[in-house]
Design a protein around this ligand. Structure first.
Ligand code: G4P
Length: 282
């Protein structure tokens, strides 16, 4: 299977990000906790050098907790601040507030030595599409926030969201592009829904996911669909189709429907908390 990505508008997005990064003290980079490496574009390391860096393992609720811990330690070893987050239900938000202060302590100290008081920390959120940037901004900013800066249409100034405790967030996130040099990266991003399904062969993808789950998370498919996990991926997809009554006209099994059902369940966390990239693999 050839998963492709055409980053046509990405040069422009990158230039915009370079400009925005000049205005901020801290980069908050969201990665998908289920695919912490494949959902990063390492170019951000170059773009963001000299800035404080906070990595959020977002969608941590969908990922394997042991792997969440392992990846948290991995990024910390690389010198990033790290927080595990569920942007949908808000868990991790308090830890982020504290970590932002900690990550920017040097800047705050420097300001103080220069006699500058209460200059807010400015941050921006970056990440690949679908990683949860908008959800995070909405949850983190909450209802208590106020937009600052110029009114749209009056001047072309930046919009900042003022959070409590002296933090301002750029209201538009920076979109990073996934790196596709490795086909496996593309496939993992397809598993989590970060590539549009209509350009993919979902049945083929489902067989790959089944193979991975059989090997790394034995028992989860049996638990969800009450089927036997013995056999090939095709036999298991067939068993899922049968168990869930995915039929075409004339009683023929509908594999495409079963594949979509499997992905819906997987992406909603109904099969369990699953990490597709294990730190121990690396
Ligand atoms: P983006 O701005 O980076 O492109 O991502 P966005 O916030 O639109 O989020 C993409 C999808 O991921 C949304 O689901 C969102 O609800 C979900 N999501 C974001 N953060 C988390 C998280 O921490 N945990 C879980 N479980 N899901 C998260 P959707 O199905 O596209 O939309 P919706 O039906 O949830 O609104």
């Amino acid at each position: 299977m050839n998963v492709q990505w055409y980053p046509g508008h990405m040069t422009k997005a990158k230039r915009q990000m370079q400009e925005d990064i000049k205005l901020i003290d801290l980069i908050i980079e969201l990665v998908d906790a289920r695919v912490p490496l494949s959902s990063r574009n390492p170019d951000i390391d170059e773009l963001g050098k000299n800035k404080s860096r906070l990595i959020l393992l977002n969608k941590a609720d969908l990922a394997d907790e042991r792997q969440n811990e392992a990846w948290k330690a991995y990024f910390q070893e690389k010198g990033f601040y790290v927080v595990k987050v569920d942007s949908r239900n808000g868990s991790g938000m308090k830890a982020i507030q504290n970590t932002i202060q900690e990550a920017c302590r040097e800047k705050t100290e420097r300001d103080r030595r220069r006699g500058i008081k209460n200059r807010p920390i400015r941050a921006m959120v970056v990440g690949i599409p679908n990683v949860g940037k908008s959800t995070f901004i909405n949850t983190f900013a909450g209802k208590a926030c106020a937009k600052t800066g110029n009114k749209p249409g009056v001047t072309k100034g930046k919009q900042w969201i003022r959070l409590n405790k002296g933090v301002e967030l750029l209201d538009t996130p920076g979109i990073l592009w996934p790196k596709f040099e490795d086909q496996e990266v593309g496939i993992r991003l397809a598993f989590v829904g970060s590539i549009k399904d209509n350009i993919l062969n979902m049945e083929e993808l489902a067989l790959k996911l089944i193979g991975y789950l059989q090997a790394q998370y034995p028992g989860v498919l049996a638990g969800r669909y009450h089927i036997s996990e013995e056999g090939t991926s095709v036999e298991i997809l067939e068993a899922i189709a049968r168990a869930r009554g995915c039929l075409k006209k004339g009683e023929e099994l509908d594999y495409a429907k079963a594949a979509l059902l499997l992905f819906d369940d997987f992406r909603a966390g109904k099969i369990g908390r699953i990490t597709l990239e294990w730190r121990s693999d690396k």
